[in-house]
Ligand binder design. Structure first.
Ligand SMILES: Nc1ncnc2c1ncn2[C@@H]1O[C@H](COP(=O)(O)O)[C@@H](OP(=O)(O)O)[C@H]1O
Ligand SMILES: [Mg+2]
Ligand SMILES: [Mg+2]
Ligand SMILES: [Mg+2]
Length: 346
C-alpha cells in the first residue's frame, strides 16, 4: 500500500475491509446458533458476535495504526488470548484508497484521531433474528421461552416478518478528528445483493467529508414526512416527540446505523429519538456518512455531539437527524421546549 496516500483515506479504506470481515463473523456466529447472550443492563445485551466482531476490528486497526485511539462499545470479557489470525485484516478497499483526500484532512496524524466502534448495532434485532432461523415451530417456541427479553407481542411481530429483522443489523466504524466525525463505515451483513446472477450477502456504505458517499444508490427523500425511530427502546418521552411531528408514517426499526441508511436511501426523511440510550459509537459513523451525503445529525436540542477521546459516552440529549437542513430545522422546531428541558435535566 502506498504510504503517500493520506492517513484518513488509508484508515477509511482499511475500515471498509475490516467491517466486511466483522460482518462475516456476525453471520458465522448466527449460523452456529450459539449466541452467548450476556445482559449488560436493562434492555442492553451483548452476544458472542458483538464481542468477536469488536476484537476483529480493534486488532486489525491497531495492528496497522498503533497510535490510534479506538473506543469500542463492548467491555470484552474474552479480551485475553490471541485474536485468531484470520480475523486480522490488513487489506484495504482499492476504490476507497483512490479517493482524493480533502485538503483539511491531509496532514491528520494518528494521535489526532478517535475511532468509535460499534461492532454490532441492532443487537436486539440480531438476537430476535436467531429465532427466525429455527425452521421447526416447536424449536422456535422453545427458544422463545428461554430468550431473555422477547415479549409475546414481539414474538408475533417476528413471526409475521418471516425473516425477522436481521437486515437492521450493522457494523459501525466512525472516524473523528478534532471531535468531529469526518469519515465512517456502515456495513450491513444481512443485505441481500444480486451481483450479476450471483446472490451475495452484505454491503458496505462509506462516507468521507467533502468527498461524498459510496456503496449504495442515493435516493431523494419521500414526498411526505416519514420518520424513522427505535423499535426496541421506546418510552413515553420518545413517543411524545414522535407525536408532535405531524408525520405521515412512522417506521420502527432497529439500530442507529440502519435508521440512517433509511434516510440515505429515501425510505425516511427524519430520525427522531428523544432518549439518552444511544452512545457515541452508535452515532459517529452514521453522522459522518450522513454529513457526507448532505444530511445533518444532532441532539434533540439541535446541538452537535463531540467525539473526542474524553467525552462521556451516552448521547444524553437524544438524536435528531435528517436528510437535509430544511427537514432538520422543521423537526427541531416541532420539539416542545419542556421535552428539551426534560432530556437536558436528566
Ligand atoms: N434505552 C437504551 N438502553 C440501552 N441501549 C440503548 C437504549 N436506547 C438505545 N440504545 C442503543 O442505541 C442503539 C440504537 O437503538 P435502537 O435500535 O433502539 O434505535 C442500540 O445499539 P446496540 O444494538 O449496538 O447496543 C441500542 O442498544
Ligand atoms: Mg449494545
Ligand atoms: Mg449500537
Ligand atoms: Mg452494538
Amino acid at each position: 500500500m502506498s504510504t503517500s496516500v493520506p492517513l484518513i483515506v488509508r484508515l477509511l479504506s482499511s475500515s471498509v475491509s475490516v467491517a466486511n470481515r466483522a460482518g462475516k463473523i456476525v453471520r458465522d456466529v448466527m449460523s452456529k446458533g450459539e449466541l452467548g447472550i450476556i445482559e449488560k443492563g436493562k434492555d442492553d445485551y451483548q452476544t458472542e458476535a458483538d464481542r468477536s466482531a469488536q476484537r476483529c476490528i480493534i486488532a486489525s486497526l491497531s495492528a496497522q495504526y498503533p497510535k490510534l485511539n479506538i473506543i469500542g462499545e463492548e467491555d470484552n470479557p474474552d479480551n485475553e488470548g490471541d485474536v485468531p489470525s484470520d480475523w486480522i485484516v490488513l487489506e484495504s478497499d482499492k476504490d476507497v484508497l483512490s479517493l482524493e483526500c480533502p485538503v483539511a484532512l491531509k496532514s491528520v496524524k494518528e494521535e489526532d484521531i478517535v475511532v468509535w466502534v460499534d461492532p454490532l448495532d441492532g443487537t436486539s434485532e440480531y438476537t430476535q433474528g436467531a429465532l427466525m432461523l429455527k425452521r421447526d415451530p416447536w424449536e422456535r417456541w422453545k427458544m422463545y421461552l428461554t430468550h431473555p427479553f422477547i415479549s409475546m407481542k414481539w414474538y408475533f411481530s417476528l413471526l409475521q416478518s418471516k425473516y425477522g429483522f436481521l437486515e437492521h443489523v450493522t457494523v459501525l466504524i466512525g472516524i473523528s478528528v478534532n471531535e468531529k466525525p469526518v469519515a465512517g463505515v456502515i456495513h450491513q451483513p444481512y443485505y441481500k445483493n444480486l451481483v450479476g446472477s450471483e446472490k451475495k450477502m452484505g454491503r458496505t456504505i462509506w462516507g468521507l467529508q467533502e468527498v461524498g458517499v459510496g456503496g449504495y444508490t442515493p435516493a431523494p427523500p419521500p414526498d411526505s414526512l416519514v420518520i424513522t425511530t427505535t423499535r426496541s427502546h421506546s418510552n413515553p418521552v420518545v413517543e411524545q416527540a414522535l407525536s408532535v411531528m405531524n408525520a405521515s408514517q412512522i417506521l420502527r426499526v432497529g439500530g442507529a446505523g440502519y435508521k440512517v441508511l433509511q434516510l440515505l436511501e429515501g425510505k425516511a426523511s427524519v430520525y427522531v429519538f428523544a432518549s439518552s440510550g444511544c452512545k457515541k459509537w452508535d452515532t459517529c459513523a452514521p453522522e459522518a456518512v450522513l454529513n457526507a451525503a448532505g444530511g445533518k445529525l444532532t441532539d434533540i436540542l439541535g446541538n452537535f455531539y463531540k467525539y473526542g477521546a474524553s467525552v462521556s459516552h451516552p448521547n444524553k440529549t437524544g438524536v435528531l437527524a435528517a436528510v437535509n437542513d430544511e427537514l432538520h430545522s422543521y423537526a427541531l422546531s416541532r420539539i416542545p421546549q419542556e421535552l428539551k428541558e426534560a432530556l437536558s435535566n436528566k
